[in-house]
Ligand binder design. Structure first.
Ligand code: IVH
Length: 704
């Protein structure tokens, strides 16, 4: 990876590249940019900064400009973003969703105005009015309204085909279900940016860290992740927002369309959309550039991230005439901000140990003020990231607040590297308990194998156990857990329920008294009863977040049934219990392996016995919020083949909402197999096992 990086920096000036060198570099750039597109658009886990990405694209364009005959069919300059990820139904955009050309300095902006003047043949004294808007750092969406009703929403995808995220978009309060005002157009597609406010992003990351899940790098990625949830309820909890800024397809039966972009924005507001309040009409390049500087000054005080300013030609007839070039309109340009950066020195590289044993390297920095925030630590992500950037203790580094929030290390200033510096060697043992660390194939993280003997893991698990979405024990904060652990009051989860026996000792501690102790004990006693899904989640099993815990609770119904099934599955990976687990929709093999692994561990079973039998916790049976009286409540359904009236995803969601369990494979326990077009072996298996099969029509009739 390090080698690739050097190459990407464009070692040779484009002018001195030979034909063969240019061809080779274009081939490499096409592959590399496509990979970064996938990481950014589909996985929401970019490995490089936006600036690095832009420089790859610019290099590609510069080489193509010099050797036009070498332009490849798969050239990144012909594409926008990445193809739609497979989990959602595809939506073809009636009008393509395009990207914007970037301007990196004032000269680029002046060139933009000059190009327009040339293209339209305008006289020198004719003004080119532009609407100036902040460039929101989120993810774009297109919302289709028919007769004023929101009917479909999609992501950009590759610009031509996006993902159908209608159900998720419906959860956003800023997306009206119906357009306000009289006489809405017959059809209109409203385009804009889904984004997350910084405060919501910080809150979300705190929760994710508490759940042992990786934090999002910036609000943009968490907005993208939030929009691509399979369960709209999760999207709803992310507090996503929406700024409208453009139209796609429009068909009006009456009246005339807008003539200017300013008018269009007013119309969007009237329909009930939020339009960015900083938007301003400017009548010259100089005015536009002044707007840019003004916004840049306000940038760090805004509640959301922006990464530049977009200038759009105001007259729509001019926009029409200007048209598009390959992937972007000629009538708009994005003037990007420079990322907020600073230089400082790495004093140390620490390794943090998470609840599941993952070792995360963190750089301790000489404190530095970047854009008004004092930065003292930056994440180094994992071993590969450190190697890719060759980051060492003592190095002077360029630190950037990516998305203005989590500090990252962009590059090492190698000229200032101390002579005696040594490459960082990732520890092969846990820094806390000394146990061996391992890195499994396909994983980026090293993990401590110490399990329960590792105090870092133990404390993190206890914190998780009492956290808000688990046992939610008020007054037992992170600091208390760590202190009680160190003093031996709490070593295992069940010890929490025995704290009442140490009332006097606690009350005597610094910061505690009789009243606060009594309150704590009461808060603990109140939690001796807990719903099944919370209990499963509280166990802190790897990869078992809230959604999966709820899925398991719904499937197994009671803790007794769940524990029995998991113990059997752990004992026999070929047996029926394992097969049943494996057949649950959304439980993949790696989640199944982590679950079974937990129940194969005698320590864990002791903890469960301790809680259930000794402390007599009452773990409530799962109570479904889905319709109890639906004809398919409690039934296990398998969908196979292509459905005509809905996507597979919709069919599953609907079945689950009606209280059915959706499984991936057919077994004796299956109640119905719904057979679509071109169904394969599942239909045959159903027939063999005597399981009832239904056509799509029959299924629709059954569920009414
Ligand atoms: S206009 C045809 N306006 O930036 C032009 N885009 O880098 C359509 N973006 O895909 C885009 N704020 O996701 C426009 N005020 C704004 C924007 C904006 C953010 C995003 C949008 C676009 C990307 C291009």
């Amino acid at each position: 990876m390090t080698g690739k990086k050097t190459k990407s920096a464009g070692v040779l000036p484009v002018e001195s590249l030979s034909h063969a060198e240019a061809a080779a570099e274009l081939a490499w750039l096409a592959r590399d940019i496509a990979r970064h597109d996938r990481l950014y658009h589909q996985k929401d886990t970019p490995e490089i900064t936006d600036a690095e990405y832009d420089s790859l694209r610019r290099r590609n364009e510069a080489i193509e400009a010099r050797f036009p005959e070498l332009k490849r069919a798969d050239s990144p300059s012909l594409r926008v973003g990445a193809p739609a990820a497979p989990a959602f139904a595809k939506v073809a955009h009636v009008r393509p969703m395009l990207s914007l050309t970037n301007a990196f300095d004032e000269d680029d902006v002046r060139d933009f105005f000059a190009r327009i003047r040339r293209f339209l043949g305008l006289a020198e004294d004719e003004t080119i009015d532009v609407m100036c808007e902040p460039k929101i750092d989120g993810i774009s969406a297109s919302l289709r309204y028919e007769a004023g009703n929101f009917v479909r929403g999609a992501t950009r995808g590759d610009g031509e085909i996006g993902e159908d995220v209608t159900a998720n978009l419906r959860t956003l309060p800023e997306i009206p279900a119906q357009l306000a005002g009289k006489d809405p157009p017959e059809i209109v597609e409203v385009r804009g940016e889904v984004y997350m406010r910084r405060a919501d992003f910080l809150k979300l990351n705190q929760t994710r860290i508490a759940e042992g899940e990786p934090a999002f790098a910036n609000p943009r990625n968490s907005a993208a992740g939030g929009l691509r949830q399979l369960d709209p309820k999760i999207t709803a909890r992310r507090n996503l927002r929406f700024f409208a800024y453009a139209l796609g397809d429009i068909r009006e039966s009456r009246g005339v369309g807008p003539h200017t972009h300013a008018e269009l924005l007013r119309r969007l507001k009237r329909w009930g959309f939020a339009v960015n309040p900083m938007t301003e009409l400017c009548v010259s390049v100089d005015a536009a550039l002044a707007f840019y500087r003004g916004v840049e000054d306000k940038r760090s005080a805004l509640p959301y991230d922006i990464d530049g300013v977009v200038y759009k030609v105001n007259r729509l007839d001019w926009q029409e005439r200007l048209g598009m070039v390959s992937r972007a309109p000629r009538w708009a340009i994005a003037h990007k901000f420079k990322a907020e950066q600073g230089q400082t020195v790495i004093q140390n590289i620490l390794i943090q140990v998470g609840r599941t044993g993952a070792l995360t390297p963190v750089a301790e920095l000489e404190p530095i003020n970047i854009g008004g925030v004092v930065v003292q630590r930056a994440t180094l992500h994992n071993e590969d990231e450190i190697a890719r950037k060759d980051v060492r203790v003592g190095d002077t580094v360029v630190v950037q607040r990516a998305g203005d929030v989590i500090p990252q290390i962009v590059a090492v200033v190698t000229e200032q590297r101390p002579k005696d510096s040594q490459p960082f060697v990732f520890p092969k043992a846990c820094p806390v308990c000394g146990s061996l660390a391992i890195r499994e194939p396909g994983e980026v993280a090293w993990r401590c194998t110490g399990g329960l003997i590792c105090s870092a893991q133990a404390v993190e698990r206890l914190r998780h156990f009492v956290s808000r979405d688990a046992f939610d024990i008020e007054g037992l904060g992170e600091k208390h857990i760590a202190a009680f652990f160190t003093d031996g009051f709490i070593k295992t989860p069940a010890d929490i329920f025995r704290l009442h026996a140490r009332k006097e000792e606690i009350a005597a501690r610094e910061g505690w008294g009789d009243i606060s102790t009594a309150k704590l004990i009461a808060a603990i006693e109140a939690k001796r009863e807990i719903p099944l899904d919370r209990f499963i989640y509280a166990l802190g099993i790897r990869q078992i977040g809230q959604a999966t815990a709820r899925l398991l609770a719904r499937h197994y119904g009671s803790f007794t049934a769940f524990r029995k099934a998991m113990t059997e599955a752990a004992a026999d990976s070929e047996g029926e219990a394992f097969q049943e687990l494996d057949s649950i929709s959304q439980i993949g093999p790696s989640v199944a392996a982590d679950l079974v692994g937990f129940f194969a561990e005698p320590h864990n079973l002791d903890i469960l016995d301790d809680l259930e039998k000794k402390e007599k916790l009452r773990i409530g049976d799962f109570v479904s919020t889905a319709a109890q009286d639906s004809p398919v409540a409690g039934k296990t359904v398998v969908f196979t083949g292509t459905l005509m009236t809905m996507t597979r995803h919709e069919a599953k969601a609907k079945a689950e909402a009606l209280g059915a369990k959706v499984a991936e494979s057919v077994s004796k326990k299956t109640d119905y197999v719904v057979v679509g077009e071109d169904a394969g072996s599942k239909a045959a298996k159903a027939a063999g096992l005597g399981v009832k099969t239904l056509s799509e029509d029959e299924w629709l009739r059954l569920i009414g």
